[in-house]
Design a protein around this ligand. Structure first.
Ligand SMILES: *Cc1c(COP(=O)(O)O)cnc(C)c1O
Length: 427
């Protein structure tokens, strides 16, 4: 049986069954709009704004959306629009993917890493306020921006983070790259802050093959972002530049994929939630495995981009005695791109041996099971960065893992995955 199975990946791009994406891509070719602007880009931006502006209670907002070449580019331009410059500090959630914090360093600014609270696994509001006060005392300046992250889709404590940001007058850049369609009090994540980051990478809620967007508060901010995204050109009959710009606009071909994907976004969100519900039911009685659930507070509405869980250190997993014995040859999960070879199988901060053994066991069953993201304040590249920690993300990194979710994961797959987990546990 296991030989015939295809590998079940964490989250894969999934096109609409009617091939609507290809129709819009074809349109781009037919009308010769094979450039980083055009009708598909404009329409996709409108679709995204309509989605973001629609609250669950029927009221609506008036946000603008600018499409960009990547979510990482969106973070970068949001920081610029918040006035972040070399030497400035930016408070960013430590428990995240590197794209939340790397653009801070692109600008010569410094990330100040904030640890997580246990309920949402996201930015701890108390630590955030402590950091803001402490940075002001130590540097004489407040941080220039705050970046909370909806890790695995889970909303952060929006009300508390926004209240602190408002109290100190610091703009918030919401990293909703993994949280597209997650809501807090019925309002879409990314619409609370000055800017909201979306990603359409191949593994996110919807894809444009690669791409991203910024949700902006108003037309003026959207205009600024669009200007920076198109090499910051001033209005002369020749190229005249008063600022450094970027080539970050989305291709009209990619936006065609995005327009088609918007027709399945609601179905994707519903499917991720359905998969989570099935894991919940099937894993309920499996000792030592605890699902990462949203707080018992009806304001939280996660898209459950990935199913995250923790493994109790007391649980023994098949093959555990061999965990970390072999140097990894490729990135975990077989990520695309070039992975720098390493000469050691271990680092001073890594998942417990039973978590690593579970990953290897699941891979042998053709199931991708990945450790949760390693906190940025524990990354060698950020060894010199300032951080405000409480041990939560580091502890979660030792016991946490992610399971496949998304439109490609069927009910049968979830049952198979849970059976594999049960088989992996030896005591
Ligand atoms: C994917 C991701 C991004 C960046 O998106 P790209 O489109 O891949 O550049 C940013 N932040 C987080 C938390 C992400 O997971």
């Amino acid at each position: 049986m296991s030989q015939e199975r295809k590998t079940i990946y964490l989250c894969l791009a999934h096109m609409s069954s009617e091939g609507i994406e290809q129709k819009y891509v074809q349109e781009a070719f037919d009308t010769n709009w094979v450039v980083p602007m055009g009708p598909n880009v404009n329409a996709f931006e409108q679709n995204l704004a309509d989605f973001a502006n629609h609250n669950a209670d029927g009221t609506s907002l008036d946000r603008k959306v600018v499409c960009l070449s990547a979510g990482t580019a969106a973070v970068h331009l949001a920081l610029i629009a918040c006035g972040v410059q070399a030497g400035d500090e930016v408070c960013v959630q430590s428990f995240t993917f590197c794209a939340s914090s790397h653009p801070i360093t692109y600008l010569g600014a410094k990330p100040v890493f904030i640890d997580s609270e246990r309920d949402t696994w996201n930015m701890d509001p108390e630590l955030l306020e402590k950091a803001i006060i402490d940075r002001k005392a130590k540097t004489g300046k407040y941080p220039k921006a705050i970046i909370p992250v909806a890790l695995y889709g889970m909303p952060y404590q929006v009300d508390k983070i926004m209240a602190i940001a408002d109290k100190y007058g610091i703009p918030v850049i919401e990293d909703a790259a993994e949280g597209m369609g997650s809501r807090f009090s019925g309002q879409v994540l990314g619409t609370f802050g000055k800017f909201g980051v979306l990603s359409f990478n191949g593994n996110k809620m919807i894809t444009t093959s690669g791409g991203g967007a910024l949700i902006c508060r108003n037309a003026e901010d959207a205009n600024t972002i669009m200007w920076y995204a198109t090499q910051a050109r001033d209005a002369y009959p020749y190229y005249e530049h008063t600022s450094i710009g970027y080539n970050y606009r989305m291709s009209n071909v990619c936006a065609g994929i995005g327009r088609g994907q918007m027709t399945v976004l609601d179905a994707h969100i519903a499917h991720h939630k359905h998969v989570q519900e099935l894991y919940r039911t099937l894993l309920k009685d499996v000792k030592g495995i605890t699902l990462h659930e949203q707080p018992a507070d009806e304001r939280y509405d996660s898209n459950f981009w990935l199913c995250a869980a923790t493994l109790d250190p007391s649980v023994r997993i098949q093959g555990q005695e061999n965990a970390y014995k072999e140097v990894i040859k490729t990135a975990v999960g077989g990520a695309a791109g070039v992975i720098k070879a390493v000469d050691s199988a271990t680092t001073d901060c890594q998942p417990n041996e039973n978590v690593e053994a579970l990953r290897v066991f699941m891979l042998s069953k053709k199931v991708e099971c990945r450790p949760v993201w390693k906190p940025m304040h524990k990354q060698p590249v950020y060894a010199d960065a300032v951080s405000y920690t409480n041990g939560v993300s580091e502890a979660l990194f030792k016991v946490g893992f992610c399971l496949p979710a998304g439109p490609y994961v069927s009910d049968d797959d979830v049952r198979y995955i849970v059976d594999c987990i049960k088989e992996a546990i030896v005591g």
